[in-house]
Design a protein. Sequence first.
Length: 70
Amino acid sequence: DHVNNLHWTALIEAVVLGDGGPRHQATVKALLDAGASTRLTDRSGATPLALARQRGYTAIVDSLLAAGAR
């Protein structure tokens, strides 16, 4: 759950810098399996779930919801 200078966690980076495809879905799953927080936000207050929804990454949205994201 380290936050970088952009105020992004690894989970946020996997969404924002990804294309929603299988490799990024696997990265999100690995981060969630390792206990990454779904509640930490970027500087504007957007959660990983909100960012995935904005980008239309349905599979990632489903993984985040299954992990308890709101």
